[in-house]
Design a protein around this ligand. Structure first.
Ligand SMILES: Cc1cc2nc3c(=O)[nH]c(=O)nc-3n(C[C@H](O)[C@H](O)[C@H](O)COP(=O)(O)OP(=O)(O)OC[C@H]3O[C@@H](n4cnc5c(N)ncnc54)[C@H](O)[C@@H]3O)c2cc1C
Length: 388
């Protein structure tokens, strides 16, 4: 087992650290949280650096990079703020990967070059107001009419909602119940009948566009079907790459909080000594480092297994579940090390604590991940649905 990064990966991380200093990412992160404005100004800079769509196929403007390289970049940028990492996340581990893997030639040509240049972004649209965990019960539907599809329904909590150019909508094809009736279609912003709700106000992740989507007889050309009904499994398999990205956000946030706490513990004094000389502070720091490192190994393992393809469902689920819990614990310990200042907006750990909370809900809850893992451990499926 080789745990070392390639020379190119090390150089990429160095260039991101330089950029963070040059662009004053620490200050930018605080500004994003205060104003709630997404850092769109970074997108052309990321495109110039080849960070957008680096995992996508070279034939369409990507670089064919491994998932691990993208995960490393997301982690590095999320040390400052998940919003600073978001464009790299969306363009490399987001739903555009479904289009890259399973889309038609026409879809790839129409969308992927725009994602790599930063002109386009794609949102994933699964959750509905009635529920997200019970995905196979979704109600959004397409019906065939005069050679195209008519889409009707509503989606909730859609990241990028209102701002993304394209939406990969999980929908039921006709009347067929359960997962067998579900596929995915691309809906473009501006299509008649496609509208947005008001922007969500979240506890953390300030600046992240998110809203409900409404589809009212939206005319979707048949060419926009990415995954036809009966291939729901492909939608979910590809989603495991996004889960690794979610976990990488947790690694970044936790590493940012750990670094801030380490610096503070060296500088802050109590009883006429730096607080890093107290054993409880040392043990908190060692627990933070151990948990972060363990999560890192799980996330990197899942991403390495993915190569340029798909991670194992089991490895991605373990990695996401552990990293989602780890980031809450690590940011919580960081707040304690900062004492009263940890609870104050004057220091970044308060923001990191708020930003840590979403990941164990977004991209599949901790409970649903555990259900997936349990079915793999026992080698059988546990149907959660109440029988009529
Ligand atoms: C910041 C953020 C970003 C998001 N981005 C997107 C996005 O881009 N696209 C998108 O489609 N969705 C997105 N979501 C929605 C997210 O995927 C859902 O919130 C999530 O899947 C849970 O669905 P729900 O909120 O309807 O909860 P529910 O499904 O109603 O579940 C409520 C609670 O019950 C638990 N529960 C449900 N069933 C079981 C069971 N069988 N056993 C044990 N516990 C169970 C759940 O784990 C949860 O704790 C986002 C959410 C957040 C917070």
């Amino acid at each position: 087992m080789d745990f070392s990064l390639t020379r190119e990966q090390q150089m990429l991380l160095e260039s991101l650290r330089d950029m963070a200093k040059r662009e004053r990412f620490m200050d930018l992160a605080a500004e994003i949280d205060e104003t709630g404005s997404f850092p769109y100004q970074l997108i052309p800079k990321y495109a110039d650096m080849g960070l957008l769509g680096m995992t996508l196929s070279e034939a369409y403007g990507g670089m064919g990079e491994s998932s691990l390289t993208a995960i490393l970049a997301i982690e590095e940028l999320a040390k400052y703020s998940p919003m600073i990492a978001a464009p790299v996340f969306e363009s490399n581990v987001g739903p555009v990967r479904v289009i890259d893997m399973f889309g038609t030639e026409q879809q790839k040509k129409a969308i992927i070059p725009g994602v790599c240049s930063g002109e386009y972004s794609v949102s994933v649209c699964m959750t509905e107001p009635e529920g997200g965990s019970d995905l196979t019960a979704l109600n959004t539907t397409v019906e065939e009419k005069d050679g195209h599809y008519l889409l009707n329904g509503r989606k909730s909590f859609i990241t990028g909602g209102g701002e993304a150019s394209h939406y990969l909508v999980y929908t039921r094809f006709g009347e067929q119940k359960g997962y067998k009736g579900i596929g995915g279609v691309i809906v473009e912003k501006g299509m008649p009948g496609f509208t947005f709700g008001k922007q969500e106000e979240y506890m953390g992740l300030r600046g992240m566009p998110s809203c409900d989507l409404y589809f009212d007889d939206v005319r979707v050309p048949k060419e926009n079907v990415v995954i036809d009904k009966g291939n729901f499994g492909n939608l979910m398999l590809t989603f495991d790459i996004e889960r690794c990205g979610n976990a990488a956000m947790c690694l970044g946030i936790a590493a940012g909080a750990m670094e801030a706490a380490k610096t503070y513990a060296r500088e802050r004094t109590a009883f006429n000594r730096p607080i890093c000389e107290f054993q409880d502070i040392q043990f908190k720091m060692t627990d933070m480092v151990m948990k972060l490192d363990a999560a890192r190994l799980l996330v990197y393992r899942a991403a390495c297994g993915a190569g340029q393809g798909l991670p194992s469902i089991y490895e991605a689920s373990i990695a996401k579940c552990y990293a989602n819990e780890m980031v809450k614990e690590v940011t919580e310990m960081a707040i304690q090390i900062f004492g009263g200042y940890g609870y104050s907006k004057a220091y970044p750990v308060e923001r990191m604590f708020r930003d840590s909370r979403a990941w164990g809900v977004a991209g599949g809850t901790l409970q649903m991940l555990r259900i997936t893992m349990a079915s793999m451990i026992f080698g059988r499926r546990f149907d959660q649905r109440k029988k009529d």
